[in-house]
Design a protein around this ligand. Structure first.
Ligand code: NAD
Length: 504
């Protein structure tokens, strides 16, 4: 089994001296809130630095939104809602297709902005933009084909008609790991279902959400989409408590989910929460171990492990553990780490911020202090930038912190099990329930174990493959509500029963 930590071999490839900067001033969106179809300054003077995590340079400033800024944006969304709700599906669909076309024409710019603000390798940013476009196209089609119970007489001489109505104004709060894509997973179904919205992007990564607003400003009626930048505790909290917001949809951490749900309770608004994850990867002795190791190279380290569905917690049968770890470590050692501008082949970028770098390396340091063995990686890499070496921790005991809590970085833990019951019990023994995978060549076992895993998505012999047609969302501490698919359209609409007495 491979054992020696190899921090020294993990190096960051830097951009060559003559490489042009990722973005210029001209690429930046206007530094203001987008309200009622226009960019406006904030009501307070305070601004937030936007940082490139590969270089630690400040690349932009955005206003720290206040309650007044949120109130203005909500008022615009309220004013726009009846016109938008009354559009027939065909017209809303055409506008969503037009948004997709506009984004497609600017894929390259959006990818550069996303990489500059998050440090994502281009392969990841481009994938984000492609899926953003596909989300709008899927929702543009799906909104024209929604079905519900047939109209008919279910009580004698009474005709029942089920209407599907928008909820009204939706408040959206997004995280920093997929800024544009998580915005699209909310905006597309929310608009498709006939609602208007106010979105507050993460204070760390506002650029592509503002650029989205700039790009589509002339396509949508004013007030249908509004963006307010700022901190969660101020702008986000006001959005969650606002009496004219009919639903609050958050993708983020468990504490933010709790805070939002608590304040939403005051006005009894609906809540949609996509929270954290800690995805188990259950590997049985008959699995194709090489295929599993190569899949984990991607699924464990995509977006530098800052991924809620990341394949971050391996539970492997003890009889094949040594062989599997050897294969996995081989894959992980060959990952290419670097700045986005250092080449198309870069696979792992920096953590999004200094605070997050410290959080991730803190988990690794505590695991080491507790006697967990580092098979490869094992800590931060010298700056500039917040790079962490892709890490595999082995011999992780049951219940260890690194195997229970969401690290949200390029760190995969490996535990062993001896029988199927134990594997299922331990896989489920985490507070999260977002995603999991099971690896076996036995189809009966694969179906049976998948049914017993308490997670919103379970892959068989795969991990982290998504499509706009299928729902994404969790159980337990991972929240409730579904992104993507027709289930998201359900979440962002309400049913009304109209019953006509036609007895004569
Ligand atoms: P975070 O919770 O710190 O921030 C998310 C958003 O919530 C930000 O816009 C933030 O400003 C806002 N916020 C924070 N406190 C708030 C409050 N009191 N009221 C209102 N808004 C508040 O999360 P993050 O660090 O940006 O993102 C990482 C987390 O997101 C991870 O836990 C990850 O698993 C989760 N995530 C989940 C999914 C999913 O689909 N389930 C997808 C991506 C990320």
């Amino acid at each position: 089994m491979t054992t020696g930590a190899d921090l020294t071999t993990a190096t960051v490839r830097r951009a060559a001296d003559a490489t042009p900067p990722l973005i210029t001033e001209a690429d930046l969106p206007p530094a203001g809130h987008f309200v009622d179809g226009k960019f406006l300054g904030g009501s307070a003077e305070r601004v937030i630095d936007v940082i490139d995590p590969s270089t630690e340079d400040v690349i932009a400033h955005t206003p720290a939104g206040t309650s007044e800024d949120i109130d203005r944006a909500v008022a615009a969304a309220v004013a726009a809602k009846s016109h938008w709700a009354r559009l027939v599906p065909k017209d809303r669909s055409e506008l969503l297709h037009a948004i997709a076309d506009r984004l497609a024409a600017d894929t390259e710019l959006l990818s550069r902005l996303e990489s500059a603000n998050t440090g994502k390798p281009f392969a990841v940013s481009r994938d984000d933009v492609d899926m953003t476009i596909d989300t709008f196209r899927f929702m543009a089609g799906a909104l024209r084909a929604t079905t519900s119970m047939a109209a008919g007489d279910y009580a004698e001489n009474h005709l029942s008609v089920i209407l599907r109505e928008p909820l009204g104004v939706i408040g959206v709060i997004t995280p920093w790991n997929y800024p544009l894509l998580m915005a699209a997973w909310k905006i597309a179904p929310i608009l498709a279902a006939g609602n208007t919205l106010v979105i507050k992007p993460s204070e760390q990564t506002p650029l592509t959400t503002l650029k989205f607003a700039e790009l589509v400003a002339d396509l949508l009626p004013p007030g249908v989409v509004n963006v307010v930048t700022g901190y969660g505790a101020a702008a986000g909290a006001r959005l969650a408590e606002h009496p004219d917001v009919d639903m609050i949809a958050l993708t983020g951490s468990v504490p933010s989910g709790r805070a939002v749900a608590r304040s939403a309770a005051e006005t009894l608004k609906r809540v949609h929460l996509e929270l954290g994850g800690k995805a188990p990867v259950v590997i049985f002795p008959d699995a194709d171990l090489a295929a599993a190791a190569s899949a984990l190279r991607v699924a464990g380290f995509w977006n530098s492990g800052q991924e809620c569905g990341a394949a971050c917690r391996v539970l492997v049968h003890v009889s094949v553990a040594e062989q599997f770890v050897e294969l996995l470590v081989g894959e992980v050692r060959s990952l290419v780490i670097g700045e986005p501008t250092a080449g198309e082949d870069i696979e792992v970028g920096p953590m999004v911020s200094k605070a997050h770098f410290e959080r991730v390396t803190g988990y690794v340091e505590r695991a080491k202090a507790d006697g967990v063995r580092v098979a490869t990686g094992g800590g931060g890499i010298d700056g500039p930038g917040y790079f962490v070496a892709p890490t595999v921790l082995v011999d992780v005991p049951e219940g260890a912190e690194a195997a229970r809590e969401e690290i949200f970085g390029p760190v995969v833990t490996v535990e062993t099990f001896t029988d199927e019951e134990e594997a299922v019990r331990r896989a489920n023994d985490v507070p999260f329930g977002l995603a999991a995978s099971v690896w076996t060549e036995n189809a009966r076992r694969s179906h049976d174990v998948a049914a017993r895993l308490d997670f919103g998505t379970v892959w068989g012999n795969s991990h982290l493959v998504l499509a706009a047609e299928v729902p994404w969302g969790g159980f337990k501490g991972s929240g409730y509500g579904r992104d993507l698919s027709v289930y998201a359209l359900d979440d962002y609409s309400r049913t009304k029963h109209v019953m006509h007495n036609h007895a004569r």
